[in-house]
Design a protein around this ligand. Structure first.
Ligand SMILES: NC(=O)c1ccc[n+]([C@@H]2O[C@H](COP(=O)([O-])OP(=O)(O)OC[C@H]3O[C@@H](n4cnc5c(N)ncnc54)[C@H](OP(=O)(O)O)[C@@H]3O)[C@@H](O)[C@H]2O)c1
Length: 310
């Protein structure tokens, strides 16, 4: 009895060591990839002629559109404000020589996909960036005090990912090639109080993405979910940048180095480190009242000062 108990503990110890080793290997890979580009420059272009980016008019989506065009892809920009899309389209065409197609769509609605399907017909889509998303409250707030229409958030953060994937996956499967990047959030890695709805909607993106990758990996399609923390964009009221809060263009450039690293990534080394640090906080502390008080007071003050919120 004593001997089998001992063997049990040795086995548990070994499994814990293996799990730590796997984390270390992943972290080392991130460090390596953030300093040394191993992907050939033609890798993204080899996925297909066109990239489709949702929420492309500003922030992270705009940065993806520009960067993918620099990698030689033609880009379909889908977003809400037509003027912003035309300005970006001109910039991309002039600076990269890539072709650009613009589609105006509001992802808070669910009757837009038939016309998007028609607009995409005939294009060889190699890359889809499911980027569009909305954050109902930049400052932490309890569920009942958060403004906004719940159905709109679900359409924008959840439905858009599923429906856009549905539109491009079949031709990708036929060509046995394609890359789908789903932009979730660091607050999806565990349930975040005071960002409840956003955190839950982004957790859907993680689950959908990872399960779909398991289904389609053997068909040659890469599906990766990204879980960044702070990036300075209109969504975050252009939060001051620092070691953790990234500029959209630097985040995107770095994240594209990681497309083959695995099913999920924070997208940049700084956010990987932050995620590792946050995962060390025990659940009882993370979900405690003092931690929520900290978010409602100190963290709110930090956001007010650094994002210029009154
Ligand atoms: N910024 C961060 O710190 C951060 C962190 C983690 C995850 N994320 C995620 O990253 C993604 C991009 O974030 P971001 O900060 O770049 O966002 P953003 O600054 O709010 O907006 C980027 C673009 O999305 C478009 N858009 C917003 N709602 C739309 C809608 N209903 N229909 C069509 N287009 C819409 C905007 O259109 P207009 O041009 O008309 O305004 C804008 O062009 C989101 O999914 C977000 O949740 C962001």
């Amino acid at each position: 009895m004593e001997e089998s108990l001992e063997q049990f503990f040795v086995l548990v110890g070994l499994l814990v060591c293996l799990a730590c080793l796997a984390k270390c290997v992943r972290f080392c890979k991130c460090v390596l990839l953030s300093f040394w580009k191993v992907l050939p420059r033609s890798f993204l272009q080899s996925m297909g002629q066109w990239a489709v980016v949702t929420g492309a008019g500003d922030g992270i989506g705009k940065a993806y559109s520009l960067e993918l065009a620099k990698h030689g892809l033609n880009v379909v920009l889908i977003s809400r404000t037509l003027e912003k899309l035309h300005v970006l389209a001109r910039e991309i065409e002039q600076t990269t020589g890539s072709r650009v197609k613009v589609i105006q769509a509001d992802f808070t609605r669910d009757d837009i996909y038939e016309s998007i399907r028609e607009e995409l017909q005939g294009l060889e889509i190699g890359i889809l960036v499911n980027n569009v998303g909305m954050l109902p409250n930049l400052l932490p707030g309890r569920f009942l005090s958060v403004p906004g229409e719940i159905q709109s958030l679900v359409h924008c953060n959840v439905t858009s990912v599923v429906k856009m994937t549905q539109l491009v996956l079949k031709p990708m499967e036929a060509r046995r090639r394609g890359l789908i990047l789903n932009i979730s959030s660091g607050v999806a890695l565990c349930p975040w109080p005071l960002y409840t709805l956003y955190s839950a909607s982004k957790a859907f993106v993680c689950t959908f993405s990872k399960a779909l990758q398991a289904e389609y990996r053997a068909k040659g399609i890469i599906i990766q979910v990204l879980t960044p923390y702070a990036v300075s964009t209109p969504m975050t009221k252009y939060l001051n940048t620092n070691m953790v809060t990234k500029r959209a263009d630097e985040f995107v450039k770095e994240s594209l180095n990681y497309v083959t690293i695995g099913d999920d990534t924070c997208g940049c080394l700084a956010h990987e480190v932050l995620a590792g640090f946050l995962s060390l906080i025990p659940a009882w502390a993370f979900y405690s009242c003092p931690f929520q008080r900290f978010l409602l007071t100190r963290y709110t003050d930090y956001l007010r000062q650094n994002a210029g919120i009154k």
